[in-house]
Write a protein that binds this ligand. Structure first.
Ligand code: NIG
Ligand code: FE
Length: 429
């Protein structure tokens, strides 16, 4: 008897997906390994993928309640964006102009602008106002094909404002929350959100010159409050010259781990401080940015199983050198890609554009970029058992691209049309 399914997607010009294999993050040669099914189809039932293969074979095995024709289109796993700061109030367009005129990101931050400018606007916004901004951006990235997205706090920098940010993120991600009557929930489809506490994102003006006192506040007041309310899955620290050093970062992460949070780090973005080595030492799920990773830390990442999450849009936007992606892949370190979506260093959450920049700037192949944005990124968020590839048993998170092959993602510089997105089997309106 044929299996009843909710939806049959296909026939498609191509179904393109990484394959989970041994459950370890794709690395080395596997970093660029895709399963390509010309004329493929995907069957969905109860929000999960139940069958994948050539259309004629899948169609003969299932009895679909509905079908979604994908002729001329490519079916891909939903994109996973494992590093964003999309909870913020206030854009920084004028800072863009100042940087183009020669001011550096660090100079602007040291003068009380940059992140601290966003902190002022975010502190002034109410929880529900912020939640509305987050929800708009979640829907924006879903339209770009992102079905799972990590979102950090870090623009509050007081206990109350960090909690406000994390509560806003939680509310925004809950499709049943109408945000105090401001948002119709009818038919709302949202990406899954992974919340990260980034209280150690910058030293706020009140603690200027005394970062250790601020770290004390993060460790003794913020972290316990975040853990008590269960508001974050991960802790992150902006481990950077002039921001938080290795010892301060270690203190925050150890305290968070004692409370049950997992770690991910901003590492070696602007200065070669050794953040990647620290991420490995601390067993972090991911070390992010790595524009200036030290050579000796590369094997440490590999040995620790820490994913290297690269954000090439940020390197481009800051006019900094790209991370040594080819070196990392050659060394067998699993690589993920992320947008960094934030008002200062990457005001876009378009993962296809990130893939394009990864290919053009770091020499990834289009296949490596796709793997890094799906299964690799799912590993960076420790969810690869559920998401990141089109395989039976996984959540039905799918992108239907209005182009005949996966290469169009990178090739078209982020402009290939996303014709439809499925989140856990639900078609986003
Ligand atoms: O990943 N590096 C620190 N945080 C962000 C930038 C945040 C901001 O400038 O607002 C980043 O680049
Ligand atoms: Fe970041």
């Amino acid at each position: 008897a044929r299996q009843r399914v909710d939806l049959l997607v296909g026939p498609a010009a191509q179904v393109a997906t990484p394959v989970g294999g041994d459950g370890r993050p794709p690395a080395g040669p596997a970093q660029g390994r895709l399963s390509l099914i010309p004329g493929g189809a995907v069957a969905v039932r109860g929000g999960r993928i139940v069958d994948v293969g050539p259309y004629a074979e899948v169609a003969a095995r299932v009895e679909p309640a509905a079908t979604l024709d994908a002729r001329g289109r490519t079916v891909l796993p939903g994109f996973v964006d494992p590093h964003t700061h999309l909870c913020f109030a206030g854009w920084r367009a004028e800072e863009f102009g100042r940087r183009l005129a020669g001011a550096t990101y660090q100079e602007i931050l040291a003068a009380g602008g940059g992140i601290l400018d966003t902190v002022r606007h975010t502190r002034a916004a109410s929880e529900v106002k912020l939640a509305g901004l987050v929800r708009e951006r979640l829907l924006e990235v879903l339209r770009f094909g992102t079905t799972t997205v990590e979102v950090k706090s870090g623009y509050g920098l007081t206990t109350a404002d960090e909690l406000k940010m994390l509560r806003a993120i939680r509310r925004a991600a809950d499709p049943g929350d109408d945000l105090d009557g401001t948002w119709p929930c009818e038919g709302l489809v949202l990406p899954e959100v992974v919340p990260t506490f980034l209280g150690a994102h910058a030293v706020p003006a009140e603690f200027r010159g005394d970062p250790d006192a601020y770290v004390d506040r993060v460790v003794h007041e913020m972290l316990p409050a975040v853990a008590r309310e269960g508001l974050a899955e991960y802790v992150d620290v902006f481990c950077e010259a002039g921001v938080f050093d290795l010892d301060q970062t270690r203190r925050v992460v150890r305290a968070a781990q004692a409370l049950g949070l997992r770690a991910r780090l901003h590492a070696d973005e602007l200065a070669p401080l050794g953040g990647a080595g620290l991420a490995a030492e601390l067993g972090a799920a991911s070390a992010d940015h790595l524009l200036r990773i030290r050579d000796e830390d590369i094997p440490r990442l590999r040995a620790a199983g820490t994913v290297a999450t690269l954000l090439p849009g940020t390197a481009l936007f800051l006019g900094e050198p790209f991370a040594p992606a080819r070196k990392l892949i050659a060394a067998g370190v699993p690589v993920a890609l992320a947008s960094d979506y934030n008002p200062g260093t990457q005001p876009s959450g378009n993962m296809a554009l990130v893939m394009a920049i990864a290919c053009l700037g770091m020499g990834l192949t289009p296949a490596e970029a796709l793997v890094a944005s799906t299964l690799g990124a799912a590993h960076a968020l420790e969810r690869a058992d559920r998401i990141g590839s089109i395989e039976p048993g996984k959540q039905a998170d799918l992108v239907i691209l209005g182009a005949p092959s996966y290469e169009h993602l990178a090739y078209r510089l982020g402009t290939a049309r996303v014709a439809a997105v499925l989140k856990a089997g639900k078609i986003a309106p």
